[in-house]
Design a protein around this ligand. Structure first.
Ligand code: G6P
Length: 612
């Protein structure tokens, strides 16, 4: 959470920082600010969105070839103007931006208070820059060394950037636990939380590793560790990201664009990996570790949020096809509950961003216990792919809307491919069944396209239920995780309370909530549990609940019971999550829009949760 961006070079920094902040706004939007170095060090910051910051600086001096910018997701201190970044040192000559949490800030603050420091904000970040300043002034070292010494004392996570009024040719950045990319241009450098603010200027980037400091001085970059070891010839990667993929492309917002991109993103997540005709499978990350999967006693899945729901689908898939026992864990629980992890366990870490702090910590814990870690991530070059033994990218392309949509279906696609392939390796699936599954998978993008055509009926349903206080989502088998995901989507972007439940479990509690005002979304497609779900629908109906059913095309039976039906194409049971999710995304989208909510930037949320 929090997005940071910085520039040093011959261009004007402000336009680069502002457009960069807009791209990073998915990471947090409680406040925004910039510091620019002209003849003076000018700081402008404001609670609210980047657009509020733009209004603030209209007619102000925004000149300067060096600058840093920040968009905040509040951790320490409420989201107001004062707590917005950048923060200044006591003497006002240093400015800092920070993404992360300094856990031992209060003890550092106490020491500094005793030395006469005064603080304007409640943030841990302001303490850090005062601390750096204090070391510089009292240990009589230069700024670069003061940063290094300070970071050695800091407990917690950070991606920081610092500029100094007295050194217009200097920008210092460092990371531990929060992402940081350095863009290497011609006579100019960029730093940012991800590569999106950089791509129109340079494709050459260096992903800083934990505990590394980048010092850009006099147009030269030096990278060293906080232990003072110089990194010789840091690896410069070439970015493979198009500008088009991070723009709205004619859609009103990113969420709608990303929902509609799914036929393509699902295809991209399968591209080159399966061939239904030959029944072959290829996933380079898996190859080397196939024997591990063949012999695995157990798979443990760690993830958060929507990725956790994809993990739940994977549990059904891996147990159903590959016959390997699976446990799905919230990374935040797993990391603190002293779990049993054995060397013959495989840990699958699922994350869109590849930066979620709890998932990273869960991986570290599992690694320390000797398990093999396989990552399934969307953001190329992010932290999780770099700390796992192996992995597969989902190739969904940049997902910018805070509520995850196309990343989820891409994760489920990749997990489905893996489960089927491992089932084959373990001799648990017949060749003809595997080919049938592969060929059905190949048909999924077109079926998603068809599912998207239900938009008109979904708008009508949204109009009818937009003022509901609660929603219940029910599903069984493969549709249970879909029910959870549908409920999460609605909560996230429309702020309506919603619960996902296994349809039969409804009898053990939620049924008490059902009355004539309760919309109940039931995933009731044809397949193994169909008749059972029909019975569950009857139970809801008997209590006057308002049924919105997701059904297989041509279903007549449920039409006569439900207030609304949304048809999706028929498919294999195990592929239902890829189709049934689509109308649920659209339903929450339209409800949120009708309620006037900002779907791309829902309140209090952030896309990349880099704090625990
Ligand atoms: C945040 C996002 C969710 C996401 C979750 C896990 O809560 O708002 O959309 O599912 O983090 O993120 P990850 O990047 O690890 O998938």
């Amino acid at each position: 959470m929090c997005g940071i961006v910085g520039y040093i070079g011959s261009k004007e920094a402000y336009p680069i920082l502002i457009s960069g902040l807009k791209r990073l706004e998915y990471r947090g939007y409680d406040s925004a600010g910039v510091a620019l170095l002209d003849t003076t060090l000018n700081v402008y910051k404001k609670a609210g969105k980047v657009s509020d910051l733009e209004n603030l600086v209209a007619n102000k001096n925004v000149n300067g070839h060096v600058g840093i910018g920040h968009t905040r997701w509040a951790t320490h201190g409420e989201p107001n103007d004062v707590n917005a970044h950048p923060h200044l040192s006591q003497g006002g000559d240093l400015a800092i931006i920070h993404n992360g949490i300094i856990e031992n800030y209060s003890s550092i603050k106490e020491t500094l208070l005793k030395k006469g420091h005064t603080f304007k904000s409640d943030t841990d970040t302001e303490v850090l820059i005062h601390f750096i300043e204090d070391i510089r002034d009292n240990a009589n070292v230069d700024l670069e060394e003061a940063v290094r010494l300070a970071l050695n004392e800091v407990v917690g996570a950070y991606a920081i950037a610092i500029i100094s009024k007295n050194h217009p040719d200097l920008l210092i950045a460092a990371r531990k636990g929060s992402p940081l990319v350095v863009g290497v241009g011609l006579g100019e450098y960029f730093i940012a939380s991800d590569a999106t603010p950089i791509i129109e200027y340079t494709r050459n980037v260096i992903y800083l590793e934990d505990k590394e400091i980048a010092i850009i001085r006099d147009n030269k970059l030096v990278i060293k560790t906080i232990g003072n070891k110089i990194i010789k010839n840091p690896y410069i990667e070439e970015l493979n990201l198009s500008l088009e993929s991070i723009e709205k492309g004619g859609y009103e917002n990113f969420m709608l664009k990303e929902i509609y991109e799914q036929p393509r993103s699902i295809l991209d997540s399968m591209r080159g990996r399966i061939n239904a005709k030959t029944g072959t499978f290829h996933m380079s990350g898996l190859k080397e570790y196939e024997h591990k999967f063949i012999n695995a006693k157990r798979i443990i899945i760690v993830a958060c949020g929507t990725s956790w729901h994809a993990g739940l689908v994977a549990e059904y898939l891996f147990e159903d096809f590959a016959r390997i026992p699976v446990e799905v864990e919230y990374a935040s629980e797993f990391r603190y509950r002293n779990p049993v992890v054995n060397e013959d366990d495989i840990v699958l870490a699922i994350s869109q961003s590849g930066e979620t702090a709890d998932t990273l910590a869960a991986i570290e814990l599992a690694k320390s216990k000797g398990a093999m870690i396989f990552g399934i991530c969307n953001v190329v070059g992010s932290s999780i792919p770099r700390m796992t033994h192996a992995g597969a990218y989902t190739h969904a392309g940049p997902e910018i809307g805070v509520a995850s949509t196309k990343a989820f279906t891409a994760q489920v696609t990749v997990l489905t491919l893996m489960a089927l392939h491992i089932a084959q390796l373990r001799g648990k699936i017949a060749d003809k069944d595997l080919r049938r599954m592969f060929s059905e998978l190949e048909a999924i993008p077109a079926k998603v396209e068809q599912a998207l055509k239900s938009d008109d009926v979904i708008v009508k349903i949204a109009e009818k239920f937009k003022d509901a206080q609660n929603f219940l989502y029910l599903g069984r088998g493969y549709s249970f995780p879909v029910a959870l995901e549908g409920a999460l989507k609605l909560k996230e972007i429309s702020y309506i309370h919603a619960e996902g439940y296994p349809a039969a479990e409804m009898k053990h509690g939620p049924i008490a909530l059902i009355d004539a005002n309760m919309p109940v979304v039931v995933i009731a497609t044809e397949g193994a549990n169909y008749e059972k779900v029909v019975s569950n629908i009857q139970e809801v109906k008997a209590r006057k609940g308002r049924i919105i059913a997701i059904v297989s095309e041509g279903d007549e039976k449920i039409k006569s019971m439900a207030e609304y039906v949304i048809e999706i194409p028929k498919t294999e049971d195990c592929l239902i999550p890829l189709l049934a999710t689509i109308p649920l995304q659209l339903l929450s989208y339209h409800i949120a829009i009708l309620r006037g909510c900002n779907v791309d930037q829902p309140r209090n949320l952030a896309k990349s949760v880099t704090v625990e």
